[in-house]
Design a protein around this ligand. Structure first.
Ligand code: PEP
Ligand code: MN
Length: 367
């Protein structure tokens, strides 16, 4: 799959790319004023939803095609670029016909391979950047699959937008970030620009900044932030939009760090610390191997004496002591218990294997 890095997109876009604009285009004045005030903050790619996917019917579902003419007028008047969500082949044709600069595929569309394939077919032969939001469910393969479908029709300027994953559990996030999924996407498709959408992750303007800073610290390539001239009165997603001026202040306060440094001292110190970490990790592995040897001996002994692998009282004892040790060592007991449960499950599997095989058959590979 050929995916160009942001620098190769050749449309004056460079890292960190910032896209800002209203959740939805509402009126031509709203679009113009919001765009001009965003541009005054140094941001010149505007997002605007025209066809809005809403969870329940009878809500505002976007202005539709009429807003594409507003976009053309605002582009002429203020010289900004526009990004728009497309969810059907018709959206793709109309957006391209009206000179939209960037298209994005929304989270609900990414979930459905039929929809993505139809959007992809409509894009065949076009030369336009396409951003693909993660699917609403935490499924990396589905996200990559959507990117592949867009790539297969010849689009090479493809970016990924991380907007979080919906969850049945109530959390402070509207959509859980699950950072390891986008980071794994970036590891597998290493040239793909990765953009964070802190607005849809947060669902509230209160922690957009923290989520955005987190993304920058994880070396993301950019941000897409919902920005409105009058957030409280926005027709959709009012709780999570910010004013252009707050956006400007946020961008000034964000720390943009680089993934490496050419400073010699930094390199020397980091190399030393990495050697220490390698050393400690190796010891950790050796200790786990030692533990497995003991587990094995115990398994054989339990088998000989016809005793079960698992004993309830012992498990209770283990739980209490391990939680206490974690606390004494200044470690998070819940986190340590999660790790310990994985080690313990592997130990049980090992002993069950011993119980269920003849001594002579116990091969090393089953460890
Ligand atoms: C949006 O960007 O306004 C939107 C509908 O987002 P998502 O597809 O991430 O829900
Ligand atoms: Mn929105």
């Amino acid at each position: 799959m050929k995916i160009e890095t942001l620098e190769d997109w050749g449309v004056g876009i460079k890292k960190p790319v910032i896209i800002a604009g209203p959740c939805s285009a509402e009126t031509e004045e709203q679009l113009l004023e919001t765009s001009q005030r965003i541009k005054a903050q140094g941001v010149n790619i505007i997002r605007a939803g025209i066809w809005k996917p809403r969870t329940r019917p009878n809500n505002f579902e976007g202005i539709g095609e009429k807003a594409l003419r507003w976009i053309q007028n605002v582009k002429k008047e203020s010289g900004v670029k526009f990004a728009v969500e497309v969810a059907t082949p018709k959206h793709v044709y109309e957006a391209i016909k009206h000179n939209v600069d960037i298209l994005w595929v929304g989270a609900r569309s990414t979930t459905n391979p039929f929809t993505v394939q139809e959007i992809a077919e409509a894009l065949r032969g076009a030369d336009i950047p396409v951003l693909v939001k993660n699917p609403i469910n935490p499924d990396l393969a589905l996200w990559i699959g959507a990117i592949e479908r867009i790539s297969n029709v010849g689009i090479s300027k493809i970016g990924a937008i991380h907007r979080g994953f919906s969850s049945f559990k109530q959390t402070r996030f509207r959509n859980l970030p699950v950072w390891q999924i986008p980071l794994e996407l970036k590891r597998q498709l290493n040239t793909i620009p990765l953009i964070c959408d802190p607005s849809h992750i947060s669902g509230s303007r209160d922690f957009i900044f923290d989520v955005a800073q987190n993304a920058m610290d994880l070396d993301y390539d950019g941000l897409i932030i919902e920005t409105h001239r009058d957030p409280e009165n926005a027709w959709s997603d009012a709780a999570q939009q910010i004013t252009p001026e707050i956006l400007g202040a946020m961008l000034k306060n964000l720390k943009f760090r680089t993934p490496t440094s050419k400073d010699r001292d930094f390199i020397t110190v980091l190399t030393e610390l990495r050697e220490q970490i390698d050393h400690v990790d190796k010891e950790l592995f050796e200790i786990i191997a030692q533990r497995m040897d003991i587990v094995e001996k115990m398994g054989l002994y339990k088998k000989k004496n016809n005793v079960t692998v698992f004993q309830k009282n012992r498990w209770q004892e283990i739980s209490e002591s391990r939680h206490k040790w974690a606390e004494e060592l200044g470690l998070n007991p819940e986190f340590m218990w999660d790790i310990f449960k994985i080690i313990h499950a592997a130990s049980i599997r090992r002993q069950e294997h011993i119980m269920n095989t003849a001594i002579d058959d116990q091969d090393e590979s089953a460890k």
